[in-house]
Design a binder for this molecule. Sequence first.
Ligand code: PAF
Length: 300
Amino acid sequence: MNIVVLGAGAIGSLFGALLSKKNNVMLIGRAPHVNAIRKGSLKIEGKTQFNKKVPIMLSVNDIKNPPDLLIITVKSYDTEDALKKARKIIGSNTTILSFQNGLDNIDEIGKIVDRKQTIAGVTTHGSIFPEPGLIRHTGKGKTVFGELDGKKTERIKNIVNIFNEAGIETTISKNIVKEIWIKAIVNSSINPLTTIFQCKNGYLLENPILEKIVEKVCEESTNIANAEGLNLSFEDMFQKTREVIEDTSENYSSMLQSFKKGKKTEIESINGKIIDIGKIRGVDTLMNSILAYLVNFMAD
Ligand code: PAF
């Protein structure tokens, strides 16, 4: 399969590298990463060991034919811009796979590409980007994909097979929108707090006050999701959030990593979007508002 990965960050490079074993993969990344891989190779260390010169470019401009699969792993705030630039290589048979944090990506993609061409995925793999050319796979996780309408189509089966053949354990979800919400609720409860307190994920359960805040944010985000028509139990969501914190206790969240690098964070696509929906639905948004305010204040 011809695959382009738009956004060769930590997760894009990891999946791109694994998929490149059996597919034609082209990564699109930033200059330091592109230069490091071209001069040497793409190295993956940790749970996956990999060292190969994977094809990588700065932009899609030199790609001649539309890929079968365009994997979007850019930060959520870059989705629209990245897709506008990639539009020239999107053919009528190209499937767009969004693999991003946040609740606004599908709508952003829908501004540029027919929704029918889009599928979405959620992963619990942990990976970090210590330096250009090097990715550390910090935790093996699970990946789910789904058609936006929940159907088990041939294309989703095919793409799931390709991921499994690459060693990325993947299943099909009949409700990917729910999976995206679950991830957003977990992220809303973990990422801003770790950014404000500059701590590893695990510290959120070591400090009783922070644990209580996690619980309160998780409850509020779940209430907002349910007002939007999801049917999630707060107990399950809090249990899930605790499990993710335990499984990733040694990790720095993606939001804290962005903050430390002086980059924009995904606060608006995660807590910001939850606040927007809460306000429309008339549900309390205090906890999410406080966290979003503090993260934005720190970033200014
Ligand atoms: O965004 C992240 O960092 C991750 O989704 C998670 C699960 C919070 C682990 O760090």
